[in-house]
Structures are given as structure tokens and as C-alpha cells.
Design a protein around this ligand. Structure first.
Ligand SMILES: C[S@@+](CC[C@H](N)C(=O)[O-])C[C@H]1O[C@@H](n2cnc3c(N)ncnc32)[C@H](O)[C@@H]1O
Length: 297
């Protein structure tokens, strides 16, 4: 398989408090804050445990992600609530449509395998870096939490040959799969994104569905300078983690690979969930979309 890894890239094996791994911790912190809201869109009872169990990252005040006095960070956290709910609903719909296998690409500290109700026999594969997955598994084990499905973490870099690792872990290409790429594409080199989308397409039996969080155009240009500055002051320079290579539009790529593609703008999703995200325009313009691609049976 063609690698999307840049030869000069030394940022290969991060843990939960280094490199792009720390973004998984930040998102868990936001999900914990969402869970405490009266108007919560999702409940993740494990998110705060995961957030608290991590060592304090050097030079970073990660509490920023739960700081409700920060106007833009609150919008960002509110957005992550919308995003989590949109993709929870995506899996519920896929299960209702008879899908019994899911692959969560770059799962980070996603606890859907443990917190959602899955039909009998449902299998969830999660791909991320080994230390990120190990951290999550050990915290959940310590809490005595069991998955509500057959759960298989697959430790591999998504810029490498993850297809073989997934197959070796028992993935069944002959049945429909619900795939998710949430909080992933901005971190991948353009070539790794292209390879990822074509690999998912090749592995998707009729009836499969693929949900993607997508920012149109160049990733960093959309991030609010005010928010980036606030995060940087807290030692969390998210823009340096983004990959700024020019890349193809994910929805367009998937349509060209034979998927039926539906796009929902973040603003529209937040309106249908009655979540006021008026500030999202400043956080990342109108670039945010949820893309859901389907393959007919
Ligand atoms: C923003 S977090 C999102 C995690 C999760 N999807 C969520 O929404 O909670 C980004 C995740 O992408 C993972 N990631 C980024 N690049 C990756 C790569 N090349 N291979 C495997 N995982 C990767 C990171 O380890 C991290 O867990």
C-alpha cells in the first residue's frame, strides 16, 4: 500500500499527551463538559475519567477546553457536542439499516463502543496509535467498563498499511460497514487522505456508509486567529498539528469513487439539534461539513 507518510516526519508514535495524541484528550475533555450540560446532546460517562487519568501534559493548560469563560472555546466545545451527536445518530441509523460492523478511524478516546447500545453481534474496530489505544483500554479496564459490542482496537498508523492490520484483526470485507473519520482528516498528509478514502471505498461492501468530518479547502486558514492565540497561550498550538497540504475535497473524492454523498453544513446540523452555535463563523468560517456517503445494496 502506498504510504502517505512524509519521509521527514518524525512525529510517528505519540501518546495521549504528545503530538496529535493530545487532541484526543482535548476532545474527551470537551465531551465531559458536554455531558454536564443540561441541554446535552450526548452523554459520555467515561470522558471525564479519561481526561483526569492522563498525566498533566508538559507546558499545557488543557483545562482550557472546559473553560466556559472563554467565548470561542465554548463555541468550539458546543460544536464538539453537535459533532458527537451527529455521528452517534449516524451509527444508530446504520444499525437500524442492518449494518453490523463499524470501523472508527482515529478513534482516540471515543467511547462509543462502551456507551452506545449496539444490536447483538455488532463488531466495532477502532484504529489509532498504540499508546493512545492502550491508554484508553487501561482506564476503561480500571473503571470495570465493558464494551456493549465485540470491540477490537487495531493499533496502527493511518499513514501506513492499516488495511492489512484491520484484516488481520478480523475485519470482514464481505459485509456492509459503517465507517467514521471524525477529527482526523486535518492531521493527515494529502496523500494519506487520498489513500484512506480509496482504501475505505475498496473495503466497503454494498450497504456500507461512511461519515466524515470535513473542513473544505486548506485546513488552517479556517481556524480563528483569536482562538488559535488563546490555545497557544495555554501551550496548545493546534495549528502546528494540522497538515496544510492542498488536498481534494473528501465528498467529491467519495462521489467519484461511486458513493452517494450527502453533505450537511455544521450550521444546519446545529439548528436541527437546537444548539446555538452563532459563533461558529468565527471559529472556522462556513467550512465545516458533515459528509455521509452511502453505497446502495
Ligand atoms: C482530534 S483527535 C479525534 C479522536 C476521536 N476521533 C474523537 O473525535 O474523539 C485526533 C485523533 O487522530 C489520531 N490520529 C491522527 N493521525 C493519525 C495517524 N496517522 N494514525 C493513527 N491515528 C492518528 C490521533 O492519535 C488522535 O487520537
Amino acid at each position: 500500500m502506498v504510504s502517505g507518510r512524509d519521509e521527514s516526519d518524525q512525529n510517528g508514535a505519540w501518546d495521549i499527551v504528545s503530538g496529535v495524541g493530545i487532541t484526543a484528550l482535548a476532545v474527551a475533555g470537551a465531551r465531559a463538559a458536554e455531558t454536564r450540560r443540561e441541554d446535552r446532546l450526548i452523554a459520555d460517562p467515561y470522558a471525564q475519567h479519561l481526561f483526569d487519568a492522563a498525566p498533566v501534559p508538559e507546558g499545557v493548560s488543557l483545562q482550557l477546553v472546559q473553560d466556559t469563560s472563554s467565548e470561542l472555546m465554548s463555541v468550539m466545545a458546543g460544536y464538539l457536542g453537535v459533532r458527537s451527536r451527529v455521528f452517534d445518530d449516524f451509527f444508530a441509523r446504520a444499525a437500524d439499516n442492518g449494518v453490523r460492523q463499524a470501523v472508527i478511524l482515529a478513534s482516540g478516546l471515543d467511547t462509543r463502543a462502551h456507551r452506545l447500545d449496539w444490536p447483538d453481534g455488532f463488531r466495532v474496530f477502532e484504529i489509532d496509535q498504540p499508546k493512545v489505544l492502550d491508554f484508553k483500554e487501561s482506564v476503561l479496564d480500571e473503571l470495570g467498563v465493558k464494551p456493549n459490542c465485540s470491540w477490537t482496537p487495531v493499533a496502527v498508523d493511518l499513514r501506513d498499511d492499516w488495511e492489512t492490520a484491520l484484516r488481520d484483526a478480523g475485519f470482514d470485507q464481505s459485509v456492509p460497514t459503517a465507517w467514521l473519520a471524525e477529527g482526523l482528516l486535518p492531521y493527515l498528509p494529502a496523500r494519506a487522505q487520498a489513500t484512506l478514502l480509496s482504501t475505505v471505498s475498496a473495503l466497503s461492501a454494498p450497504g456500507s456508509q461512511f461519515a466524515v468530518e470535513h473542513l473544505t479547502g486548506n485546513q488552517v486558514e479556517h481556524v480563528s486567529p483569536r482562538l488559535a492565540e488563546e490555545a497557544k497561550n495555554a501551550g496548545f498550538d493546534v495549528t502546528t498539528l494540522f497538515n496544510t497540504e492542498t488536498r481534494a475535497d473528501a465528498g467529491t473524492t467519495l462521489a467519484a469513487e461511486g458513493w452517494t454523498v450527502r453533505r450537511e453544513l455544521v450550521g444546519d446540523a446545529s439548528v436541527s439539534l437546537s444548539r446555538d452555535l452563532a459563533g461558529i463563523g468565527e471559529v472556522f468560517g462556513d467550512a465545516g461539513q458533515f459528509v455521509v456517503a452511502s453505497r446502495g445494496r
